[in-house]
Design a protein around this ligand. Structure first.
Ligand SMILES: CC/C=C\C/C=C\C/C=C\CC/C=C/CC(=O)SCCNC(=O)CCNC(=O)[C@H](O)C(C)(C)COP(=O)(O)OP(=O)(O)OC[C@H]1O[C@@H](n2cnc3c(N)ncnc32)[C@H](O)[C@@H]1OP(=O)(O)O
Length: 338
């Protein structure tokens, strides 16, 4: 699709959009409400009444996110249940599973839904959060490349702002966050897992890492800062330039993940790790986390608009668009050849 026709479609979608945030919110399976919603069983799944409850609950959202949801909700109407969120009411631990086939790629709608859910879980007093995937062999393929290829500029800006928002929320989260990496986790997928306090990865033929240079693009400073904070400066220097995708064993050796276990043991390992972390006084634990992460958070918080401008100007360059186009075509080709 040409840039002009994509822009026109987006403009039409914006003009048609009549949906409120409440409708948008319905996209995700949400059943949070610790203390306010009765939960009779461990990890009970959402019910109609819970869903109704969550639809009526006031939600803390930044006005930017509300605007985003209103503006672009039309496009996401066909995508239901992007997330499967459940809360264990006895421990206060939430499990958020990404379920956006085929590869859990982060589109604007998906990122918005993730931000909304993080806000809800936080405001409902969840103490822990496990981030995983419902898709076999995929944690997340990172950013949805079609958001960056031949983009509509207004949407591209919202997309990046929402990614920033998600990173800020997750990296500084008050909750204990654990990534259950049961599948591939390149680029943005790796970033999300690095935002967590602990990473458990399944052993096998999986990869994780910031591979941006392989796409001909450059990981922004806050991606590389997150990697440096995880694996150290020297390892990050090599990994970023090479676009290194690590096997689980390589990843655990450099500290990119904390544990590698057989796929069938990931859930139990996550559960026992969470139980250990839950024993630490929450306030002291969170302040310790912030002591180390706040300077990194501040760096982006102080330059958000500039970061969006840099991203837009970089990604819309003709040469970068060409690289992205070729990468997408190669992905499609590989997928077709399977
Ligand atoms: C001077 C400059 C300074 C600063 C710079 C300023 C700003 C920064 C600028 C830019 C930074 C932008 C940051 C981007 C970070 C990202 O996250 S980019 C995304 C990177 N992701 C990848 O490279 C992953 C690509 N995918 C894969 O490798 C495989 O799909 C994967 C191993 C995940 C799974 O493999 P498999 O199960 O075999 O699935 P398929 O490959 O068959 O894929 C299934 C279909 O999904 C499509 N697809 C895969 N990944 C993506 C994606 N990320 N986005 C969109 N679509 C994707 C694939 O094409 C298949 O589609 P099809 O079935 O053909 O329709």
């Amino acid at each position: 699709m040409s840039m002009a026709s994509k822009s026109m479609l987006n403009a039409q979608a914006l003009a048609r959009s009549r949906l409120s945030y409440r409708c948008y919110n319905h996209l995700s399976k949400i059943h949070v409400g610790l203390g306010s919603t009765p939960y009779s069983t461990k990890n009970s799944k959402v019910t109609a009444s819970h869903q109704a409850h969550s639809l009526l609950s006031p939600c803390k959202l930044l006005s930017q996110q509300k605007a985003t949801a209103r503006k672009f909700s039309q496009r996401s109407l066909g995508q239901d249940n992007l997330l499967d969120v459940s809360v264990d009411s006895s421990s206060g631990v939430a499990t958020l599973k990404m379920q956006k086939p085929p590869v859990n790629s982060f589109s604007l709608e998906f990122l918005t839904s993730l931000c909304i859910n993080l806000d809800k879980l936080h405001s409902d007093g969840c103490r822990g959060l496990v981030i995983g995937s419902s898709l076999p062999k995929i944690f997340s393929a990172g950013l949805e490349i079609t958001e960056m290829y031949q983009p509509d500029e207004a949407r591209l800006r919202e997309f990046w702002r929402t990614l920033q928002e998600f990173w800020i929320k997750l990296y500084g989260s008050q909750m204990i966050t654990i990534a259950a990496i049961t599948g591939h986790s390149p680029a943005g997928g790796c970033l999300v897992s690095m935002c967590c306090d602990h990473r458990v990865m399944a052993d096998g033929k999986l990869t994780i890492g910031l591979n941006e240079t392989l796409l001909g693009i450059v990981a922004p400073r806050w991606f590389s800062d997150t990697l440096i904070n995880t694996v150290g400066h020297r390892e990050a220097e090599r990994a970023l330039q090479l676009g290194k995708l690590y096997s689980p064993q390589e990843a655990v050796a450099v500290g990119l993940v904390d544990q590698v276990v057989p796929l069938e043991s990931v859930a139990a390992t996550v559960e026992s790790t969470m139980a250990q972390w839950l024993k630490i006084p929450s306030h002291a634990r969170h302040l310790s986390k912030l002591q180390l992460r706040q300077p990194t958070l501040d760096r982006l918080l102080h330059t958000r608009q500039e970061d969006i401008d840099n991203f837009v100007s970089f990604i819309t360059k003709e040469s970068i668009q060409k690289s992205l186009g070729m990468y997408l075509a190669a992905l499609k080709q590989r997928s077709k050849a399977k």
